[in-house]
Design a protein around this ligand. Structure first.
Ligand code: GLC
Ligand code: CA
Length: 530
């Protein structure tokens, strides 16, 4: 386990829209370098950059044309190497985005693989034996190549699936995961990883990490074996490199060698129940909405078994949102966002803040760009200040990569830096708090002390800290004694001493006595036990 992950707070940067330095309307590597001091001012000590490689950008760069080349629109490889150095000088680690499941249809490997004559890359992708032989249960394309066969897709039409084999085989064109051609795909991906690690990158966020071996078993054990093999390489040659998976199944991902796995908003996951179930058809009330109608068990019933079952293997990564999901501001007000950040930044594991969420940037209802569709509204240019294009770029506004929030009160970094009550300053204070107390960090223990439907606050313990959250607009209090139902809570009041002077962080109004915790409307408190 890379030691630095224990206290890592990540900032996800979408390179297209973070900061443009050459005024072509698109963000660039030099822009990220320019803003590293800002990232540091947030207290973030790690960044994840979405794919910045050469690409035709039919899926915003997740269609990689050359894994080892920075897209010219973002700069050069030298710029990225400089970014690694500048980040390290500031104590910031850098994860790149590894896309192992597919390439662009314009990748050199695929151009070779399409050819009728057999060559080194013929089996790098999944092909059937005839143009008229399709693939049951998977998307595929036929009739587009000289080669007599259909090829499998991993996502959009532009993303042919790399070949890691099939665990359960029913067709003669399906290769076993340990076939030399499938091993060659894995080794090619390790070569890509080595390339960037040797140039100073600190690890990878791995795209669709669970998608490698097809017709895998329900535990994804064949895909898991590939990651275990890759992890062996890291442990041996790059022990401080981190691997974070887009898998959203920590049982599978962490036991396959990932250091952390995202807690995404996939269906059935607890994330939506916290922030945006009010808008899901048939959905319940979200826990963090001030109407106070939410039920924390809808989150805990999902999260606790995942946490308990995986805490010895690695970390669960909470996200404020990401480039694929609606921004939390779509459903939460500024104040609700403060409480949401307070919760996310005091849970165990490794948290990720998506650029712009720290100022509450809005989700915009705008037309699709580069395969974004509904995701596009979360990818708009960062709002730095009130100057032209909100300080993102000096370009003609018509050439901006995406439009910006047209609202009068569009949030900006500059305005919020000046306002002591801003979301931005709250986020900074919370990140600072997390760095100060190891108990709040990735490895600190987590134990629910008080959770009850229709009753607040929700209270949990992180080591020698007690955290209480009242998202509702009504004052709420909990007695710490005579609480037969909550033995651990009663134990805390038997064993430790605390009062208002032990509150180490507070949002809203908090009152703590030895026997009772009272939180005003939409409040949050962290209390030190001793
Ligand atoms: C992941 C990425 C997403 C991309 C897809 C295909 O889900 O986060 O943006 O479109 O994989 O690579
Ligand atoms: Ca630019």
């Amino acid at each position: 386990m890379p030691n630095w992950l224990k206290d890592a707070v990540f900032y996800e940067i979408y390179p297209q829209t973070f900061k443009d330095t050459n005024n072509d309307g698109i963000g660039d590597i030099n822009g990220i370098i320019e803003k590293l001091d800002y990232v540091k001012s947030l207290g973030c000590n790690a960044i994840w950059i979405n794919p910045c490689y050469d690409s035709p950008f039919k899926d915003a760069g997740y269609d990689v044309r050359d894994y080892k080349k920075v897209a010219p629109r973002y700069g050069t490889n030298e710029d990225l190497y400089r970014l690694f150095g500048e980040a390290h000088n500031r104590g910031i680690h850098v994860l790149l985005d590894l896309v192992p499941g597919h390439t662009s249809e314009e990748h050199a490997w695929f151009l070779e693989s399409k050819k009728a004559e057999r060559n080194e890359y013929s089996d790098r992708y999944v092909w059937t034996n005839a143009a008229f032989q399709g693939i049951g249960g998977h998307p595929y394309i036929g009739g587009e190549a000289e080669r007599d066969g259909c090829y499998m897709l991993n996502f959009f039409k532009c993303q042919p699936a790399l070949n890691y084999g099939f665990l359960n085989r029913t067709e003669d064109w399906q290769k076993a995961p340990d076939d030399p051609e499938c091993i060659a795909t894995r080794e090619a991906m390790k070569d890509v990883m080595r390339f960037w690690l040797d140039h100073g990158c600190d690890g990878f966020r791995v795209d669709m990490a669970d998608s490698l071996v097809k017709e895998d078993d329900e535990n994804k054990s064949a895909t898991g074996s590939i990651w275990k093999n890759i992890r062996e390489m890291l442990d041996k040659d790059y022990p401080e490199a981190a691997l974070v998976s887009e898998w959203s199944n920590p049982h599978q991902a962490l036991k396959s060698g990932f250091h952390a796995d995202f807690y995404l908003d996939h269906h059935g996951n607890g994330y939506n129940t916290l922030i945006r179930d009010n808008e899901t058809p048939g959905g319940d009330h979200s826990f963090l909405k001030k109407d106070g109608d939410g039920d924390i068990f809808r989150f805990l019933d999902d999260y606790l078994p995942k946490y308990d079952g995986t805490k010895d293997y690695g970390y669960i990564s909470f996200i404020t949102c990401n480039h694929d999901t609606p921004r939390p501001r779509r459903t939460l007000s500024y104040h609700e966002l403060k409480i949401a950040f307070a919760m996310f930044l005091t849970l165990p594991g490794v948290p990720f803040i998506y650029y712009g969420d720290e100022i509450g940037m809005r989700y915009l209802d705008i037309p699709t760009k580069e395969g974004g569709f509904a995701r596009t509204g979360s990818r708009t240019p960062m709002q730095w200040d009130d100057s032209k294009n909100h300080g993102f770029s000096d370009c003609n506004p018509d050439t901006l990569y995406l439009p910006q929030d047209p609202a009068e009160d569009a949030p900006t970094v500059a305005a919020q830096e000046k306002d002591p009550d801003s979301l931005l300053n709250e986020v900074k204070a919370l990140v600072t708090l997390r760095h100060k107390y190891p108990d709040l960090q990735a490895d600190g223990s987590f134990e629910v002390l008080f959770a009850e439907k229709n009753s607040f606050p929700f209270i949990y313990r992180r080591g020698m800290l007690m955290v209480a959250i009242n998202p509702s607009e009504k004052e709420a209090s909990v007695s710490l004694i005579d609480n037969d139902h909550y033995e651990d809570l009663a134990k805390v009041s038997d064993e430790y001493h605390y009062d208002n002077s032990d509150i180490v962080h507070c949002i809203g109004k908090c009152d703590v006595t030895q026997t009772k915790i009272t939180l005003g409307p939409q409040s949050f408190a962290v209390i030190k036990l001793d």
